[in-house]
Design a protein around this ligand. Structure first.
Ligand code: OVM
Length: 400
């Protein structure tokens, strides 16, 4: 980049410091107020934090492409840390083929078929936790539940499932800069990556599961047999840490807002709405990057070709221009539709019916059993270059 447009606000903000990752909301406000698009000199990237511009960029995939990576690194300039995802890190027409195959595997009827086993697991866990009275909403619930039902649905072997969370942490840290968080995630990552790679093979996957169904799609010629393991890898990359953070953030937000928990208790059918509102309020995936394929015009400002653009999904989801003056308040009866926590456009989360099912069943089971969720200590934030969440949320429950 030679000269920046004169109208652009140049900021020295670093979104990837421990402080900003643990509590991004003051930074979000600064970014939104600075303008519709700003320039972050530290990383030499453009950034948007208002809902209108984030939404417009997500839905203009021809201008804001994904094949040069959805992180800070530009795949035209640096070698990716792993072979690129056929979904997340691809553009049409290749993306369309992979997305079609994955969409048919995660079909409405397949997801309906998960409901009864997922419900039984949710009810059994909720019974146990409420009987215990004291539990940690992260380690005992938000990690335990998805780590049981999702790997079973994929058809993964029991052995080695402890690699799933470290792999997710690595994949999401890798979208950010090469800071101490990525360094830490990379240390000892070799056996984790090996287990993931082995688990994507056809002979590792139980027949009838999502993983096996992707290999069946290759047999039918929808994708190649070389592509099948990479699509299984997408399930393992995007399907665990995201739901762990989504469920954890939801329970944490509801425990910190007892009036909202009371409303859910009065009407557990609000569970799906409560989840959407919690995703808006504290988005598990805070950021994704795009790369411009040509000069882009955003609110009258020109972004040249080949530039990285940082989209603050979590900030767009709290933009008062979109959500009104109480954007920072959790309100489970708010219309949260239009949030970008699952993305928007052709890359919008393909696994969201599974995430929604998990959240609905866990929230319903808990709302039917726990009269109150009382925090017994400050929640402990977990740090990741992309994900926002908690490592500890200690609670005391009162049986209904
Ligand atoms: C993937 C993928 C998709 C969405 C998010 C993500 C690690 C990965 O296809 O591998 O985060």
């Amino acid at each position: 980049m030679s000269a920046l447009p004169s109208a652009i606000e140049v900021l020295d903000i670093d979104p990837f410091t421990d402080e900003n990752l643990a509590d991004p909301y003051p930074m979000h406000e600064r970014l939104r107020e600075a303008g519709p698009v700003v320039y972050l000199e530290r990383y030499r990237v453009w950034a948007m934090a208002r809902h209108a511009e984030v939404y417009a960029s997500l839905t203009d995939h021809d201008t804001f492409c994904s094949s040069r990576g959805a992180g800070l690194s530009d795949f035209h300039k640096e070698k990716p840390w792993r072979p690129p995802s056929l979904l997340l890190e691809a553009d049409p027409p290749a993306h369309t083929v992979a997305r079609g195959a994955m969409g048919r595997v995660i079909s409405a009827s397949t997801v309906r078929g998960f409901r009864e086993t997922f419900r039984a697991e949710a009810e059994e866990l909720a019974d146990k936790l409420v009987a215990l009275r004291r539990f940690d909403a992260i380690t005992d619930l938000a990690e335990r539940y998805p780590l049981k039902v999702f790997p079973d649905a994929v058809g993964l072997p029991e052995e080695g499932r402890e690699n799933l969370l470290p792999y997710g942490a690595l994949a999401f840290n890798a979208f950010g800069p090469h800071n101490h968080l990525l360094e830490r995630a990379l240390a000892g990552a070799a056996p984790v990556q090996r287990w993931i790679q082995d688990s994507c093979r056809r002979d590792a996957l139980a027949p009838g599961g999502l993983g096996s169904k992707l290999w069946d799609a290759a047999d039918r010629g929808e994708i190649t047999h070389e592509q099948a393991p990479l699509l299984v890898r997408s399930l393992l990359s995007a399907g665990v840490d995201t739901t762990v953070h989504g469920i954890g953030n939801t329970i944490q937000a509801l425990s910190a807002n007892p009036d909202q928990w009371a409303r859910l208790r009065e009407n557990p059918a609000l569970a799906r709405f409560a989840f959407d509102e919690a995703l808006r309020y504290e988005s598990p995936v805070q950021t994704f990057f795009r790369t411009t394929t040509r000069e882009a015009e955003v609110a009258g400002i020109g972004i040249p070709e080949g530039e990285k653009v940082l989209l603050f999904l979590g900030a767009a989801n709290r933009d008062p221009r979109k959500w009104g003056p109480d954007a920072d308040r959790l309100d489970i009866t708010r219309k949260a539709t239009g949030h970008v926590a699952f993305g928007m456009g052709i890359h919008q989360c393909v696994g969201q019916p599974i995430a929604r099912l998990e959240a609905e069943l866990v929230l319903t089971a808990l709302a039917e059993r726990a009269a109150r969720l009382e925090p017994t200590a400050e929640p402990v934030p977990t740090l990741n270059n992309t994900l926002k969440g908690w490592s500890r949320v200690p609670l005391l429950t009162h049986p209904a």
